[in-house]
Design a protein around this ligand. Sequence first.
Ligand code: BGC
Length: 431
Amino acid sequence: MAIYKFPENFKWGSATSAHQIEGDNHNDWTEWEQSPARIEQLKKEGKDPANFISGKACDSYNRFNEDFDIAKQLNQNIHRFSIEWSRIEPEEGRFDENEMQHYVNVVKSLRDRGIEPMVTLWHFTNPVWFARKGGFLNVDSTKYFTRYVKYVTGHLKEKVGLWITFNEPWIYAGGSYVRGQWPPQKRNLLMGWRVRNNMIRAHILAYKEIKNIYNYYHSPADDSLLDGVNGSSPKNWHEDDTSHNVGVAIVENNVHFVGGKILKVSGIVKLFDNLINLYFWKRTLPYQDFIGLNYYTIARLLGGRTSLPNQEVAEEMSWEIYSQGIYHRLMELKKFKKPIWISENGIADRTDLKRLKFIKEHLYWIWKSIQDGADIRGYLYWSLLDNFEWARGYEPRFGLVGVDYKTLERRIRPSALEYAKICLTNQLEVD
Ligand code: BGC
């Protein structure tokens, strides 16, 4: 049997997001899920619209203590969750103290169980008022977002050390503004580009705001908050401070292996890799204390299969499984010389027959990346619970823990118990 040991202090856990588990949200997604056009669209596709309305979800808004008991029982010592902006600021400029207190309680509940919180400030959903103003298309979106970030971090600064401003801004810009699959269902490259840029600016502003709150970033009075957007370094950032860190989670799929020799030689694959995967880091690097990598599958350019044959498919999402791909991504990201968190990695598998193998194979390649110099701090499986999988509704089952959506009962899957052994021993054992 081979044993792969992980570094001391390596963190083990899982991730979730507010809209996917909390239940009873009111945001741009809930409005869209219930809109006549969406329901019509689903009916045309022969689907039951009820499976595509988030509704009560896992009711984790009320059951988070129970969920964290399970995470603790599974030996997890870090947990990533997101704060729902629409709860905190339900109307423009009106901040809800009670809802803020709810998230203070969530963080306390994790801490009481010895689980470190990693807090995502935005995970795909927007308050309705913000969406009506054009969301991230609006040039003022950066101000609105930063004001919200300031409010939240002000309340949690003593209790949280790991912040993720945005989850997968590219996926959002593409899904909502270019491919038209997510609200507000636009198909416009230019809009997608604007949203991307505003999110970059919003991240940089939020980064500075958080640093200000912790008093680690002292911009001179005349220093515009947007200094450095074009690549110049921020001033007076205490690089050696590791107690409060701010980053972004980006999904990176493996493009550079795909496409065949001609594309590879011509540099097109590299160009796409830069555009799809690396561009965001390159534009924002001085404002990232760490890199959050979400990794799931392969992005095949032009359907290319020559340089990488078909891989086994995880059926519920029709995603190819390519564990070695995480190694290739990590070797690229290593060049940025930042700590890296695997902020998501997982498989939708209601049978639970493939999950453990999926986790172990990815962990092997993560371990190998550490041997080859990547500074990886922890692994967060997506997801702790089955949850509302966006436009695909409740069908895909990503959870270490299954959820019966009728009774809301949680059932720990066998793979979760095996993953718990890895978390406990800080090592991977492979026969
Ligand atoms: C997202 C999650 C989503 C998961 C599986 C990630 O891109 O951050 O919200 O559930 O992928 O699709």
